[in-house]
Design a protein around this ligand. Structure first.
Ligand SMILES: NC(=O)c1ccc[n+]([C@@H]2O[C@H](COP(=O)([O-])OP(=O)(O)OC[C@H]3O[C@@H](n4cnc5c(N)ncnc54)[C@H](OP(=O)(O)O)[C@@H]3O)[C@@H](O)[C@H]2O)c1
Length: 245
């Protein structure tokens, strides 16, 4: 249905959950992938799986909470892959805290990793994506960007701002042939939930279950491919219907 043949992609948070599933699926569809995250062993495990299938993956360890990290990984990815066609801003932190009880450090880390890092990665990737002629940025949002719940204010606000960035970028970069799109997942069974039992969450989704990382990866792959070539500034909601609940 779609192909990512010969596309060069940088995926953040690629060592686990949605990022790892996206890296595997991209490689399956013919892309070369640069895997970014802090935990080297997990990135290497994903790389080894991809290489075992005869595809190319490179591991680029980085803490995206640090200002210089974004430009450095984009440079290394583009040099090692020979350019860059796709940037998937997937890495994020997610911690619960009430507004009254939240420390500034906690607030700041959410905005550093979930918003500033995507912004800096996009800035650094811009010349490469423009040079690609078919550049795409896919940002991973959340239902909470537009449907907040108590006790996750920093996370929700960072994702709402990332939605806004997605849309502005779509307008600013359309003339350069770069698309800017997003996925908005509902609750997905990944390590971000720290092993919590998600059964109660399942019932909140009209489809009666939480999602899988592979289901979100499929939406990301569609948006990154030419199958969605006339789509920019859009958000693909992949959430078992929870946005209607
Ligand atoms: N799971 C859900 O229910 C759900 C719902 C809506 C949206 N999302 C979004 O989906 C995306 C992926 O999350 P996930 O559910 O797949 O959870 P996950 O497996 O915990 O993935 C988060 C990834 O971000 C990386 N990361 C965190 N801080 C980082 C930093 N400072 N520098 C570099 N990498 C960092 C982590 O790797 P390291 O720790 O190794 O650095 C990890 O691989 C996130 O944007 C999340 O907000 C998830």
């Amino acid at each position: 249905m779609f192909t990512l043949h010969d596309r060069r992609a940088l995926i953040t948070g690629a060592g686990s959950g949605i990022g790892a599933a996206t890296a595997r699926l991209f490689a399956e569809h013919g892309a070369q992938v640069a895997l970014v995250g802090r935990t080297v062993a997990r990135l290497e495990a994903v790389r080894d799986e991809i290489e075992a299938q005869g595809r190319r993956a490179v591991v680029l360890p980085a803490d995206l909470g640090e200002v210089g990290a974004a430009a450095a990984v984009v440079e290394r990815a583009a040099r090692q892959l020979g350019g860059l066609d796709i940037l998937v801003n997937n890495a994020a932190v997610y911690r619960a805290a009430s507004i009254a009880g939240m420390g500034l450090d906690d607030w700041q880390e959410h905005f550093d990793v979930n918003l500033r890092a995507p912004f800096l990665l996009c800035q650094a990737a811009y010349p490469w994506l423009k040079d690609s002629g078919r550049g795409v940025v896919v940002n991973v949002l959340s239902t909470l960007a537009t449907r907040p719940v108590p006790a996750v204010a920093a996370y929700s606000a960072s994702k709402a701002a990332l939605l806004s960035l997605t849309q502005t970028m779509a307008l600013e970069w359309a003339g350069d042939g770069i698309r800017s799109v997003a996925v908005s997942p509902g609750v997905v069974d990944t390590p971000i939930h720290g092993g919590r039992d998600l059964a109660e969450m399942a019932a909140m989704h009209p489809l009666g279950r939480v999602g899988t990382a592979a289901e979100v990866a499929a939406a990301i792959a569609f948006l990154a491919s030419d199958a969605s070539a006339w789509t920019t500034g859009s958000v693909l909601t992949v959430d078992g219907g929870i946005h209607l609940a």
